[in-house]
Design a protein around this ligand. Sequence first.
Ligand code: ZN
Length: 337
Amino acid sequence: MAKEELTKECTTCGAVFAISPEDVVITCKYCGATFDVEGKKVPDHQMLPTLKEKAIKENTIKFLQKHEGVTRALDKQAVVEEVKLNYIPYWVCPFKSNTHYFGVKRSTVTRTRTVHDSRGRTRTETYTVPIYRSEEGDFQRSGREKVIARKHTVFYGFDNFEKKLKLDSIEGFDFNKIKSLNAEFINAEVDPVEASRQSYGWVEDENRRIAGSKLYKLVRCDSQIDMYAPIYVHAPLWQVRYKFKNEVYKVSIMGDSGTILKGEIPLTLGRRAANYLAGLSMIIAGAFAGQYGLSILNNIFNTSKWLGNALMILGVAAIVLSFLLTRTAFKMQLEKD
Ligand SMILES: [Zn+2]
């Protein structure tokens, strides 16, 4: 059977474009209209603002300058070959919750007692006893959870992207403002119902954790949680590719702040060889010191135990260091964030 290509017609401009079968919210790359699979417009589409391409390139160069200790003249010889902007979708899920909890609280009291010793003398002694009592309480909590609207995401630096993703400074989605950037709009694979359900679970877990932290033992925790309609947000993630000595390396950058999320730094052959030699000579030195070090030193100084111990520690440190050095010797590049 021939594989059928899945396409969608934009409900606003009529353009037809390919989508993936898992897409549940779709953004038209020609006009920015955003709708669900049934063609219903997404009501509150927002975005995080982004820096311009020039600033992204400048940040890339700054990042390369920072790691010149690893590869000399990196920023001067590196050529930025490609700068690409992806807009990644996520859901912002507002909530309000009321929690009632019940459990056991533990405290201690200090008491005194009189002690008689074998000679018939008495003295007083203090001691503590634990006291358990039941306790209940309430608290309210409101806020917003964020849920990445993708299930299978393969963007370079994505785990850091998720951590740095902000909930404030979002603004109305404005296609005209960003269309000159040639961005790719990534479609959502997670619908708002699923995002809400996931957020609900997180809110409940967090309430339980808070209640538990107030008590010795949590017996019951009931949360009344109201979830409000999730807001659909697109966040900018830049992918930069640069060339250095005929090899291509990646850097990924957060669009709103310009923060480097992750980047590859080349290790030149000279650098790797130096690491390897340093590692190897340390292994040899360590082995030699282990074998003969103590007897040589004992002959010279005519002592002692601490010298042997110190030597042992040094030997272990040398082996660990040489392991690290030889390991980087076999890597073609480093990863920094
Ligand atoms: Zn369109």
